[in-house]
Structure formats: structure tokens, C-alpha cells
Ligand binder design. Structure first.
Ligand SMILES: NC(=O)c1ccc[n+]([C@@H]2O[C@H](COP(=O)([O-])OP(=O)(O)OC[C@H]3O[C@@H](n4cnc5c(N)ncnc54)[C@H](O)[C@@H]3O)[C@@H](O)[C@H]2O)c1
Ligand SMILES: [Zn+2]
Length: 341
């Protein structure tokens, strides 16, 4: 088992199997609400059994799948269940699932009784290396994650045996974020992915990506500076995700190719070919057809990183050297044409 601490508050444990003591020591905890989603129910039921065997009173709450879970309506119905269950100030919420579960569980825990403990058991690669760590919680309204608070879990339990059993499509999606971690903060991780693709050792992949996220969150918890680097590949990626049926990971893969090509043009980044071949090796898309070009530009106009001088994107000067730069329409075109748009 490997352990590291994030933001001085979260113990992240990377294990081969879940430990018998799932929660940090706390003598006055009586009740635990386990929030989960369809694909992670098998893990959640095991977690609930383990907690019950330690004398805790456990309620398992099933959420709708994927981002359907991240709504104020769902949060309200969870609050109602927590009220009936009697979850108190010294009790805990446990999120078992992908990022949509941990985002909603974190949000509910942060707001229930003005804040109760939350622990996460991420069951997707994306959840393990990104969403469950760093304290960002939230629900969607008209846009993604418009309502949320920072609320750090006390513990994140990453069970490698759960991740090793993921269906290939979910593993690939997570690999887009793992590649991002390598590109913005770990050259050895990038080289490992470039040479091994999906066959890269999972423990190494998780350990290194978690370390990059932890380091960035430690440095800039509230995203006033370097935390923005975690958005590499996400500016054009989010626009594609919104305008197409592609998943988050597939869209980020395309956004990553585009951002690498823009980096090549503006900052002389020398690894754009390597980035593209790593993404191809994962089986993620590097080109997309059939999307309206102007629609992507329109969506980019709504990007949160835009300021009075225009669109800002995270670009790479080199592996491990991200920079936030203003880009104009012609720069964006270079990225879009690289992915067939
Ligand atoms: N808070 C953050 O910092 C942060 C960072 C990145 C992403 N996110 C959020 O994370 C969400 C995406 O997370 P995700 O990609 O993990 O998706 P997800 O939670 O939507 O899960 C994807 C699918 O995987 C299934 N699933 C989960 N575990 C499984 C398992 N072990 N085996 C088989 N199927 C399983 C789920 O049922 C679902 O159908 C988005 O809402 C995004 O906004 C948050
Ligand atoms: Zn992402």
C-alpha cells in the first residue's frame, strides 16, 4: 500500500485490495451513507458489508448514472434520505463510483449540516487519478459544474484490482487524463505511455498521475494559478464534448491533439507527433468529422478561462512546462484542422 497526503487533509491510499479499515479512525461515527451508481454497485455493496461488520449503521443510496447524478434534484433527494436515516455531524458520506458520484457525494457532504466527512472509493481510472482528488465538488445546471464548493475528502481509497477489471472503454477514457498528467508534469510518465500505451503498468500509471495532481493541488488549492494547468486539452475538448456524442475522455483526447499542435506553432513544442501517437496507441480518436466548425468556435467563446483580451489556453513549451497563453482564431484553426475540423 502506498500513501500520500493532499492539501494537508486527504490521505490517498493506493492499494491492491480495499483494506478492512476503510475509514480514518473516529470513535463517535455511527452512521455512514454510501452513495453509488449502477456500474459501481458491486463495489459499494462490499464497502457497505465491511462497514457494517465494524458495527456501523449503513445506508446505500443508488444515484442515476453518469452526469444525471450531478443535479440539485438528485442532491435534494439524497438530503431527504439522509434526514430519514439520521446522518449526524460526526457521521460520514462515502462516494463509491466514478467522478460523477464523487462530485455529487462531495457536494452533498459539504452542504449537509454545513459539512460532514466524505471518503471516496473511485471505481474508474478517471475518478482515481483526477476527480476524487483535490476537493472540487459540484452539480450541473445549464452548464457543467456551475454550482459547487471546495470540500476535501479525508481519505481516497484507490483499489487497483477494481481499476484492472474496468471495461477497455472506461480504461481508455481515463488514459486521456493520465496522458494529461504526464504532459503537464511528468516526462517519465509521458515516455511510459508513449512506449506502452494501454499496456503501461497500472500501478505506475496511477501512482504517477496521482502525484502530479497532488503536487498541483498542494501548490494552488483554489485555482488562482497553476491548478489551471489541469485544463490542458480541455478547452477545445469541452467544446467537442458539448457539440458531439463523444465521451469526456474521447473529447479530451482530441482537445489534447489540437492543443499540442497549437503549442507547436506558438511555443515551438517538439512532441506533438509523440502526443498524437500515444493517443492512437490508447485507441482514442485523433480526428473527428461531421462537426460544425463554427459551432466549436461559438462554444469556445463561452470558455471560463477567457478574459477581456480573449481566449486563453493551456499550452506546452515542453513536456512538464505548461503555460497559459492567449490564442486568436487563427491559432485555434491550427488545432482544429489538425483534428480534421
Ligand atoms: N472534481 C474534479 O476535480 C473532477 C475532475 C475530473 C472530472 N470530474 C467529473 O467526473 C465526471 C466523470 O467521471 P467518470 O469518467 O469517472 O464517469 P462516471 O462517474 O460518469 O462513470 C462512467 C461510467 O462508468 C460506470 N462505472 C463506474 N465504475 C465502474 C466499474 N468499476 N466497472 C464498470 N463500470 C463502472 C458508471 O456506472 C458510468 O456508467 C464528470 O462529471 C466530470 O465533471 C470531476
Ligand atoms: Zn477531464
Amino acid at each position: 500500500m502506498e500513501a500520500l497526503t493532499v492539501a494537508g487533509r486527504t490521505e490517498v491510499l493506493i492499494t491492491d485490495t480495499l483494506p478492512s479499515r476503510l475509514l480514518p479512525e473516529r470513535p463517535d461515527r455511527r452512521r455512514v451513507a454510501v452513495l453509488t451508481q449502477p456500474g459501481a454497485t458491486h463495489v459499494a455493496l462490499g464497502v457497505a458489508d465491511t462497514l457494517r461488520s465494524q458495527g456501523l449503521n449503513v445506508e446505500v443510496i443508488g444515484l442515476p448514472d453518469r452526469d444525471e447524478a450531478k443535479s440539485l434534484d438528485v442532491a435534494e433527494s439524497v438530503y431527504e434520505t439522509l434526514a430519514k436515516f439520521g446522518l449526524g455531524r460526526h457521521d460520514a458520506v462515502v462516494g463509491v463510483g466514478g467522478g460523477s458520484v464523487t462530485d455529487l457525494a462531495g457536494y452533498v457532504a459539504a452542504t449537509w449540516l454545513r459539512g460532514v466527512e466524505v471518503v471516496h472509493v473511485p471505481t474508474t481510472l478517471l475518478g482515481a487519478v483526477d476527480a476524487s482528488i483535490g476537493g472540487k465538488t459540484g452539480v450541473n445546471l445549464a452548464g457543467k459544474n456551475l454550482v459547487g464548493v471546495f470540500w476535501h475528502p479525508t481519505r481516497v481509497l484507490v483499489d487497483l484490482s477494481i481499476l484492472a477489471a474496468l471495461p477497455p472503454s472506461l480504461l481508455r477514457e481515463g488514459m486521456a487524463e493520465v496522458l494529461k498528467a504526464g504532459l503537464i508534469g511528468d516526462r517519465d510518465l509521458f515516455e511510459l505511455l508513449r512506449s506502452r500505451g494501454n499496456d503501461a503498468d497500472l500501478r505506475e500509471v496511477v501512482r504517477r498521475s496521482v502525484a502530479v495532481k497532488a503536487r498541483i493541488v498542494d501548490e494552488d488549492e483554489r485555482e488562482t494559478g497553476v491548478r489551471a494547468h489541469l485544463n490542458f486539452g480541455h478547452t477545445i475538448g469541452h467544446a467537442i464534448e458539448f457539440a458531439s456524442p463523444l465521451s469526456h475522455g474521447e473529447s479530451v483526447a482530441l482537445g489534447t491533439v489540437a492543443a499540442a499542435r497549437i503549442s507547436e506553432k506558438l511555443l515551438g513544442f517538439g512532441h506533438a507527433d509523440g502526443v498524437e501517437s500515444a493517443i492512437e496507441k490508447f485507441g482514442l480518436p485523433v480526428e473527428i468529422g461531421g462537426l460544425d466548425h463554427n459551432r466549436v468556435h461559438d462554444l469556445l467563446r463561452l470558455d471560463k478561462k477567457r478574459d477581456s483580451q480573449g481566449l486563453r489556453m493551456v499550452l506546452l513549451k515542453n513536456i512538464g512546462e505548461p503555460l497559459v497563453e492567449h490564442v486568436d482564431r487563427a491559432d485555434v484553426e491550427v488545432g482544429l484542422s489538425a483534428i480534421g475540423l
